[in-house]
Ligand binder design. Structure first.
Ligand SMILES: Nc1nc2c(ncn2[C@@H]2O[C@H](COP(=O)(O)OP(=O)(O)OP(=O)(O)O)[C@@H](O)[C@H]2O)c(=O)[nH]1
Ligand SMILES: [Mg+2]
Length: 358
């Protein structure tokens, strides 16, 4: 899963990226914008994998992970062109974490603009809508040009229909994520990777002392339909250099029990509607990430395409059940060891073993 950290210049993206990944990229007010993204992986802590690993004692234990890309500031100047490589790279991610400056800094106020998260959020929404609109208009023009030259296929007509619906939405100054397209239409335009179609988590980056004073801004952002949270980026980065016990004490002081990694990965799962299923055995205990509503055969395909192709049945039991009864043998006796077909909707915490033949 690829998540982009984006935002205006100097909102604290790299600071938060460092806190998340334990990296040590330079952060400084006067540093010019980087020309490429920093990339880092964050392991998704899952207590359940730890427990399963204790039970099965496998050779390998594999947690899920999220790939974070820390981009330089965007949508800052008139001359910033959303058709350049970095913007295309941003559009290639599955979701955005939009980091907005809520910490005070007079120099940054002067160099860039005042810390006004609500205003900045509107600016980002406008820019994303505008950038998408340019793409749609250009494509529609080409399609119509093709029609005039006799190139008119059902696929093109479907795409044109979808693009016109999207254009209408954008012209009403609304994001594509709030538009409900039919499955056919959605498929026809998937390749465009529109900015305003991506799920967004808004993070207010604030100082330690202002951390508890963001409720009003947060609820205003949530009222606009976004998921939003507050983070003390610089403070979190400092914490990442402390021992686990000390960091926990500091966090508890601020009313938090989870590390930035755990909080942010949980939020990303929620944002994207993701869940985990597990595979277990003496070789490997492993977590797999899927969307809510995924059926057994598609879940099998996550593990290997052969498992989907030759899918026969899924042997299935729940994490809670194996923890309660301690062994698969006991689960069988209790009738908690099930056989499920292709259409079974996999649940969070399911443990699957795919029977297949190719
Ligand atoms: N007071 C305070 N300063 C912060 C916080 N987060 C970041 N900063 C400072 O803000 C400046 C910019 O931080 P970066 O993390 O480099 O910001 P960025 O968004 O990555 O910047 P660009 O990539 O250049 O857009 C640095 O001087 C940081 O120390 C914070 O939570 N509180
Ligand atoms: Mg940066």
């Amino acid at each position: 899963m690829k998540i982009a950290l984006i935002g205006p210049p100097k909102s604290g993206k790299t600071t938060i990226f460092n806190a998340l990944t334990g990296a040590d990229y330079e952060v400084d007010k006067y540093l010019p914008a980087a020309s490429e993204a920093n990339i880092g992986f964050v392991q998704v802590t899952d207590e359940r994998i730890t427990r399963l690993s204790e039970l099965y004692k496998p050779k390998k234990t594999i947690y899920a992970n999220i790939e974070f890309h820390d981009f330089p500031g965007i949508f800052a100047r008139e001359s910033d062109n959303p058709e350049t490589a970095i913007y295309t790279e941003i559009k290639g991610s599955e979701a955005f974490v939009l980091i907005l400056r809520a910490f005070k800094d007079e120099e940054l106020d002067q160099l860039y603009s005042a810390a006004d998260p609500l205003k900045m959020l509107s600016h980002f929404e406008d820019e994303m809508i505008l950038a998408d609109m340019l793409v749609v208009e250009k494509r529609l023009e080409r399609i119509l040009h093709g029609y005039q030259r006799g190139i008119k296929t059902p696929a093109l007509q479907l795409e044109e229909k979808a693009l016109n619906l999207i254009l209408e939405q954008l012209q009403a100054n609304k994001s594509i994520r709030d538009l409900e397209l039919g499955p056919e239409e959605a498929k026809a335009v998937r390749g465009f990777q529109f900015f305003s179609a991506k799920p967004i988590l808004v993070l207010l980056n604030t100082s330690e002392s202002e951390f508890k004073k963001q409720e009003e801004t947060l609820s205003a952002i949530r009222q606009r339909g976004f998921m939003a949270e507050v983070i003390a980026g610089k403070f979190e980065q400092e914490l990442s250099s402390l021992s686990e016990e000390d960091a926990e004490l500091f966090l508890a002081d601020m009313g938090m029990t989870l590390s930035i990694n755990d909080r942010l990965t949980m939020l990303c799962y929620e944002l994207l509607g993701l869940i985990s299923f597990f595979t277990v055995g003496s070789d490997e205990v492993r977590a797999w990430t899927i969307s809510k509503g995924t059926n057994a055969v598609d879940a099998a395909g996550k593990i290997h395409s052969d498992l989907a192709r030759g899918f026969i049945r899924a042997e299935c039991f729940g994490y809670e059940a194996i923890m309660e009864y301690g062994s698969e043998k006991h689960l069988r006796e209790k009738g908690l060891f099930r056989l499920e077909g292709k259409e079974y909707i996999v649940k969070d915490g399911d443990i699957l073993n795919i029977r297949f033949s190719v």
